[in-house]
Design a protein around this ligand. Sequence first.
Ligand code: PLP
Length: 391
Amino acid sequence: MTVLPVIKNIDIDFKSLQDKERSIYFDNNSTTEIDEDAATSMLVAAESGYGNPSTSHRHGRDAKIALESAREAVAKFMSANQEEVIFTSGGTESINTAINSAICTSSKKRIISCKTEHKATLSKLKSLDKTHDIILLPVDNDGRIDLNDFKQFINNNTCLVTLMAANNETGTYHNNLTEIIDIARRHGAATHIDAVQVAGKESLARFMDMGPNLMSISGHKFHAPKGIGALYISKNTPFVPLIFGGEQEFAKRAGTENVPSAIALGIAASKARYLSDELRDLFIHLLKNSIPSIAINGALGVANTVNVGFPGVHRDALVTELSNNKLMASTGSACTKGTTPSHVLLAMNISEEYIHSSVRFSFSKLTTKSEIEKSIPIIKNAYERILSISG
Ligand code: PLP
């Protein structure tokens, strides 16, 4: 498909980016390549299935059937019931909706989260610091919460505990999550899991079994398009919407549904293939052999992610040099650029030597062993080149 000529300045040759021979894409925590079936179905739905699912004529009914079958697939993927899943515009909206609902349905004032959460959580919580008592738990050098810290802060005035399943920059799990959710529940606090970085990489059943009230996922992290996600709201959880208007999404998220993207999300969810540690571990092994001075930041967690410190070089220079050599990696988070150090690595007390020199490599179900092997000399050459330039 050609890009619409009516939009000025869009003459980028996107097609060439897809040429696998030409680049290695190790930035899947930022976003993933869209699944072909998801893309095709989305296009068909946009072109032909344009009915509004809230109308009762044929076009509307067909759109509604497609929307509900997508919801069924997403609910299955989340190990949830269909009526417990609403579509949103992505992870950020799901997280904001979850936090907003927890504070609107409770008179309690404490919210507990963690310093290494995604900006979607941290910025929302910052906006509440005049009205709420926000506790951001510290982490250790590996990026993990100490359960005793949590126990010290949880009390009967806590309305919400919100934590991520795995960190987007390091892949590290909050490994005490089961106990934390259990203790929070016993104190009458609502619980929310930001599952954005585990969804599509491993089964969500393990996290659902912990019994959270709310759970967020985002489509573009597992081969669905951008701008679509879902929020799980367990049956008995009191809920107040973030967005008011019509009665769509069980009256929990107003606005005409994004049917094409919801269909694509359902397809990506039903095609999810969980990852093993194998490729990541091979990558670490080969890279350490090739550049012994590297450091791995954080405890290894979700199977697709590794955050590597390269002493003596700046992360932006390295990422640019890698990109020039057709290897796409990133400096950690799309929200952390330039001279601002990563809030995740800062919270982990990573040494100065590594904090500005850390690069995240994140794989997907499409990553191959051959790509892992090919990437090592590219990284080594890029590293040595920057090191020699910077003296
Ligand atoms: N939570 C985590 C852990 C993320 O990594 C991201 C995106 O990077 C988000 C939330 C936000 O998701 P979205 O880009 O769909 O708004």
